[in-house]
Each structure stands twice: as C-alpha cells, then as structure tokens.
Design a protein around this ligand. Structure first.
Ligand code: GDP
Length: 301
C-alpha cells in the first residue's frame, strides 16, 4: 500500500531534512516533486493542487525557514496535511468510528456496485461487531437480482458466526428490510446489517431502491463499499451515491492489492465522507479500522 508514493516522498524529504538552511525555492522545488508523486499515485488533480497550496503557504513562512530544523518542520506540515486529506478526526489515530450506540436494533445499510466486495464486507463487519464490540448482530441480504447472493451471505454468516435472516423466495428488498427489523426486535439483536443489491453501474433504478430501503429501515450508518483498485472511479462512484443517499462513510476494499492509494487519498476531499474501514484480504478477519494518522505515518516512512 502506498509503496511508490512512500518511496518518492522519502527521497524528497531526505534531501530536505539533510539541509541546514532552506530557501523558499527549495520548498517550492520539493513541492513540485510531491505534486508529481501524488498525481502518479492517482490522487485527483484538484485534491493534489489544494494539498500543495496549503503545504507551501505554511512552509514558506519565516518561522519555518528561519527555524533550526526547517526540513523537519516542512515534513511535519506535510504529515498534518496528509492526515487532513485522509480525513482525520480529532481522535488520537484519526479513526472515525461506527455509530452503534443508538436505540437497538441499530441498522447499518451496506451499498455499492456489484463486485466491489459488499457482501464480503458485510460479513466481515458482522464478525467485527460480534467480536470487537461484543454486540449481537444479524445480517440480511436484500439482493434479489443476483442469483445466489442471498445464499452467499448465509454461507459467510456461518463462517462469521453471525445469524442471517432466513430466505423467503419472491420477497422484494423493502419487504425483506421490514422483516429483518421485525425479526431483530423479536430476537433482541443489537445491530442489523442490510446487504443491498449491487449493479454494474450507478443507475436510477438502483438509487430508487436504495432510497426506498433507507426510508423503511432508517439506518444509523449507510456505508458505501468501493474497490480501491478502481482508483478515481471509486471516488466518482462515491460521489454519485453520496448525491442520492445519506452516506455516513466508506469501506475501501482490496487495499491489500492497491500499491498506489489514490482512492484513499482523494475520497474524503472529493466526497466529504470518511473512510471507516479498509478491506485487506478475502478472509473474514481482513477488515481494518482506517486510521488516517497511521496511514500518513506509513506513507512518510
Ligand atoms: P459484491 O458483489 O460487492 O458483494 O462482492 P463480493 O463480496 O462477492 O466480493 C467479490 C470478490 O472480491 C470476492 O472474491 C471477495 O473474496 C473479494 N474481496 C472482497 N473484499 C476484498 C478485499 O478487501 N481484498 C481482497 N483481496 N479481496 C476481496
């Protein structure tokens, strides 16, 4: 993850740190290199431009250039802006946690395109809620379009040791959502995860279905699942969903195979939505809380 970016920034900053004194031009030259590194990591152009402007403005101030360790100060400014770009909250590691403390059953609605890793992420999250939060979770698949989608969730539920709503043939998504909520109340379930249908592209029918489900299920969290390997497309998909349904966060999957990291770096700035989790493998425990500060540290080495 972020390997190429990390290497390039490492070289630039080693040079900056190695110098006793810095001139404004040195900072500008370094920022040109940072800009190229960000664009090569597939960061959206306006996001990269904004980042460079902010860092440059702070770094060419007298207090930095005249300080005893100007190079280190510039790197610290870059680090802080990276955390902001990655969507850091005020917490120590910058993670934006799930909201699970509402009156049970708390509903988490999972949305996203087909193949993004939505069903896998639903099961991963169910497992995490059971194991890490110690809460009783239940999952329901609302995907009536894709054959075997409901069975897939049932199989994953067994592996994750999280109950799934029994399948009733012929029910439509809104009916399934209602049944899931009723069942959850009867069985004292704390958190219900609704795995909604995906499509190959964002289209009106998909959005209408998401809105209808959201209006009956009144979710506390609406999490968009997107594939980090699709880079800026992932960010565009997030923008389209965010215009239609009240997203509360993003799960970025396949981070284990993403050497560039552009989606992670642009998501918050473009969509305003925090990345809450990263998928880092196919196994059900391969879901990590997304920690902007730790990611920034990893990038800066
Ligand atoms: P859906 O159509 O969005 O529900 O996608 P699935 O959950 O069925 O996932 C599609 C494929 O991606 C499956 O083979 C998953 O095992 C795989 N997958 C999901 N998340 C990750 C991840 O974070 N990393 C890796 N390497 N594979 C993943």
């Amino acid at each position: 993850m972020f390997d190429a970016l990390s290497d390039r920034l490492g070289n630039t900053f080693d040079r900056l740190r190695g110098r006793g004194a810095l001139r404004e031009q040195d900072v500008r030259d370094a920022m040109r290199e940072v800009r190229i590194a960000l664009l090569e990591a597939d960061v959206a152009l306006p996001v990269a431009r904004d980042f460079i402007e902010k860092v440059t403005e702070k770094a060419i101030g007298e207090s930095v250039l005249k300080s005893v360790t100007p190079g280190q100060q510039v790197v610290k400014i870059v680090n802080d802006e990276l955390v902001a770009m990655l969507g850091g909250s005020d917490s120590e590691d910058g993670h934006v946690p799930l909201t699970l403390e509402a009156k049970p059953p708390v509903v988490i609605m999972m949305v996203g395109l087909q193949g993004s890793g939505k069903t896998t992420s639903t099961a991963k999250l169910g497992k995490l809620i059971r194991e890490k939060h110690g809460k009783k979770a239940m999952m329901a698949s609302l995907d009536v379009n894709r054959p075997a989608a409901q069975e897939q969730l049932a199989v994953l539920g067994e592996q994750a040791q999280v109950d799934t709503l029994p399948i009733v043939e012929g029910q439509q998504p809104v009916e399934i959502a209602k049944r899931a909520l009723e069942s959850a109340k009867l069985r004292n379930v704390d958190v219900v995860l609704l795995d909604t249908a995906g499509r190959l592209h964002v289209d009106e029918a998909l959005m209408a279905e998401m809105k209808a489900v959201a209006s009956v299920a009144t979710p506390t969290e609406v999490l968009l699942v997107v594939d980090s390997l699709t880079g800026q497309d992932a960010v565009n998909v997030a923008q389209s969903f965010s215009d239609e349904v009240p997203l509360t966060g993003v799960i970025l999957t396949r981070m284990d195979g993403d050497a560039r990291g552009g989606a992670a770096l642009s998501m918050r700035a473009v969509t305003g939505k925090p990345i809450k989790f990263a998928g880092v493998g196919e196994k059900l425990d391969a879901l990590e809380a997304f920690h902007p500060r730790r990611v920034a540290e990893r990038i800066l080495g």
